[in-house]
Design a protein. Sequence first.
Length: 603
Amino acid sequence: MSVFERLRSEYTYLTGAVRILRNVSPIAKNRTRLFPDVLDDLAEKYADNVALLNDTDRLTYRGLWQRANQYARWARAAGIGKGDTVALMMLNKPDYLAVWMGIIRVGGVCALINTNLTGTGLAHCLNLVGVRHVIVDADLGEAYATALPFLEEAPKVWTAGAPAAHASDDGESIDAALAQMSAEAVDPAERPDLTIEDPGLYIYTSGTTGLPKAAVINHYRIQAIMAGFAALCDSQASDRIYVAQPFYHTAGGILAPGIALMNGGSCFMRQRFSADRFWADIVKNDCTMFQYIGELCRYLLNAPPDPNETKHKLRLCNGNGLRPDIWMDFKTRFQIPRIIEWYAATEGNVTIFNLDGKPGAVGRIPGWLEKRFMTKVIRFDVETETVVRGDDGFCIECLPEEIGEAIGKIVIDAKAPGQRFDGYADKQATESRILRDVFEKGDAWFRTGDLLSRDAQGYFFFIDRIGDTFRWKGENVSTSEVAETISVLPGVQEANVYGVQVRGYDGRAGMAKIVAPDGLDLEGLMAHLNKELPSYARPRFLRLADEMEITSTFKQKKVSLRREGFNPDRISDALFFLRRGSEHYEPLDEDAYRKIQSGEIGV
């Protein structure tokens, strides 16, 4: 990095930090000013500006305020008071935000439910937070009904939208109830005493295994997320952000709309992402920003050229997970002026921003900001999945370029509100994310569960989720690194890499599930892997598939793939393996599988 580039970077981070701190710092000082109070001011200042819209509906700021007031009055009429939980199981639409904005006004807590859940998983999320009422999209009535046998106590059901013909239990109509409610604000005297410490939302998070955990999002955090990221993107009333991520997650439902809403702009929403219509939407709706996750960017790059992909009015995009192997191709092909990558977690206290657009970095903390953003990378043993402690019993901070787990210091101090960790509805789950006695006796740090590295200039680079990294032949293998190496090969649309157990071997052998619509040149792949990866990192097994399994937030599924391993009896996709000492992938059938497991064939 040249002196000029270094100075420009420092200036960018200085001005960005000033904007963010100017927006966020007052929140902790005004303990009784909540987001509903912010919405009051926004509705007065930007009354007729469009706030939220999709193809069929739109709400102005005044309209959003009025709709939220109706939900607040409905909540009071339904007996919902301070600390009572209402679950929201609704598809992306303008009304989504009005629901929770109204419920939290009267002290209720809104649990944002993943609309893909059914049965025991859905029931778990409802049971976990003691839901009293649930608002269910009519189109999701059948899915909700699958959870009924597993509910500890069935909440009262309110159906939103026209009843679907296939719905099993329509419940009462929330629309009919709202029609009876005034759109005027609830009198402050009728509202409970609340502070920024009180919970406002439950947002569910999960790692690579286990049932979802309900992260507590208090009134401070709601405001800080919206105000902080609005400052990060320097949003204006003229901005319109495009969002195609689920609103039941923080990034899609709070962060992205908040970027626009806090400064009078608007948010255009889609129920789900579509690469085919993405650029047409951006152009047609005059969007100036969009929210991404890395997989979304890869899908767009893999899509055929679209005449709209360079006709847009975009000034930036922001998100997380844009990997180094596609960063510049993405920016160049689609002529995006600025990419703001960031790293954060719904419930965590580690937030890092890449403000100067360094390709591949998830963020940077300059030395002069380290006391504000107390984040460290500590040594971690991926084989035992435990942190490494020194002879003195304390953790060891990684050297520059060394890979370890990222952690954030937990501080309960109004002067450092960003360092809080409010945890989950489940106290045991909360404790599992806290690392104690890290650098001194009695300190506590939030565990991100992610492996990162940090260079000498303070840039952080995401390596992998803990558990995704595996050990083979005595060496640590990064699944994302191998996947990126495979993905750049012509013809490969997508690659998902994970470790599988092989009888008689320590650690896990690498396996890659690959989508290559026009076929895959196995010899070309082998030559590419030999050139780009050390021998221990080259996948021993391949699985060629027509499509990739992903979650509702476009993340690749790995747990079920690990469970299936490389057993032909459990997999219908074409399988191949790399024999020890060979330079050619061979078909993997039942006979080869048996010989590998018995040790007759080495891998």
